[in-house]
Ligand binder design. Structure first.
Ligand code: SAM
Ligand code: SF4
Length: 328
């Protein structure tokens, strides 16, 4: 699927739940949470049907996310069914890592056919982790990362959201930790997708500044434009080390949207052509009203036709929906 700006859409992010066992300050607002009623959330059968329809239109990579996807009952079976769909080249999962070491879950995910794991890790300091996520789960996440390695995931990705004055002093430790675990670390700029107070200008730390900070310790990082994953990260290599580090400059990289290949399906059945735009289209309605596969295909095509050229984050964007409800 190609949109009017030449974006080639091949990647679908599927959020399976808005629920989570953590309370990250940048993802959820401070007010008391009410989860969506279960009837308003797509069933796995409905999600599988939509993925199949999308795949006939050229989607060949799927990432399952949330909320915390591993909190939803039956998610392993869902992933296993996804993995068996003909033509799926890549099945990723984004998780906070807190449940991976429980009951051999990491191994079950690998056996189900998940190709790659992205695990969120903003700090290695237990107290700071608790402040950021609202939970004292750092030891569990570290066990989870180990469990993922033991389960044979090729190279786990670690995602750290940059927050000035919060985890700014943790960058080098995270780099060294990633090297030790043979993980691919990516630093992500804070995006205005929650109403939490952490999203103020004062907390924003641009990726270039993070890069300079790392360069003060390790010398100039070597750009690796030849190295790409499925997403928008720009990679650099540390001289003398076989370690690459990714930077996701959603706000400061003016070319960020040029290579966007994504479409999002929220857990309540909305198709979103862009994370940083208010555009969203309800596909659950037609789906539950008995739309045919052809009609659903047409729906996807119309959403792709409306994909914007770039996100609105730089234009005083005000989130209507929390990240947790969209699926990061
Ligand atoms: N619960 C899983 C996790 O934490 O990885 C998956 C869902 S989470 C919404 C996906 C990613 O979005 C995480 O890496 C998280 O750090 C990131 N994220 C959430 N809110 C963000 C924000 N305001 N700015 C940048 N990244 C954010
Ligand atoms: Fe939960 Fe992930 Fe959002 Fe944190 S970032 S609150 S772990 S969904």
């Amino acid at each position: 699927m190609r949109d009017r700006f030449g974006h080639h859409v091949s990647y679908l992010r599927v959020s399976v739940t808005d629920r989570c066992n953590e309370r990250c300050r940048y993802c959820m607002p401070d007010e008391l949470q009410e989860w969506m009623p279960r009837v308003d959330v797509l069933t796995f059968t409905e999600m599988l049907r939509l993925v199949r329809v999308a795949m006939r239109l050229g989607i060949d990579k799927v990432r399952v996310t949330g909320g915390e996807p591993l909190t939803r009952a039956g998610v392993v079976e869902f992933l296993s069914e996804l993995a068996q769909i003909d033509g799926l080249r890549h099945l990723g999962l984004s998780t906070n890592g807190t449940l991976l070491s429980r009951g051999k879950l990491a191994r079950q995910l690998r056996d189900a056919g998940v190709s790659s794991l992205n695990i969120s890790l903003d700090t290695l300091d237990r107290g700071m982790y608790q402040k950021i996520t609202g939970r004292d789960f750092l030891p569990r996440v570290l066990d989870g990362i180990e469990a993922a390695r033991e389960a044979g995931f090729p190279q786990v990705k670690l995602n750290a959201v940059l927050m000035r004055g919060i985890n700014e002093g943790e960058l080098l430790r995270l780099v060294d930790f990633a090297a030790e675990k043979n993980a691919l670390l990516r630093f992500i700029e804070l995006m205005p997708v929650s109403t939490a107070e952490v999203l103020s200008e004062a907390n924003f730390l641009p990726v270039n500044e993070a890069r300079r900070h790392i360069e003060r310790e390790y010398g100039a990082l070597i750009p690796r434009p030849d190295f790409r994953t499925n997403g928008p990260a720009t990679y650099y290599q540390i001289a003398g080390r076989n370690q690459r580090i990714g930077f996701i400059g959603a706000l400061t990289n003016l070319h960020f949207c040029e290579t966007c290949n994504k479409l999002r399906l929220t857990c309540d059945g909305k198709l979103r052509p862009c994370l940083g735009s208010h555009l969203e289209y309800d596909i659950m309605g037609p789906l539950r009203d008995g739309a045919s596969d052809d009609e659903l295909r047409q729906f996807f095509l119309e959403v792709v036709a409306r994909k914007p050229e770039r996100h609105d984050f730089r234009d005083n964007y005000q989130p209507h929906r929390r990240m947790i409800a969209i699926g990061g």
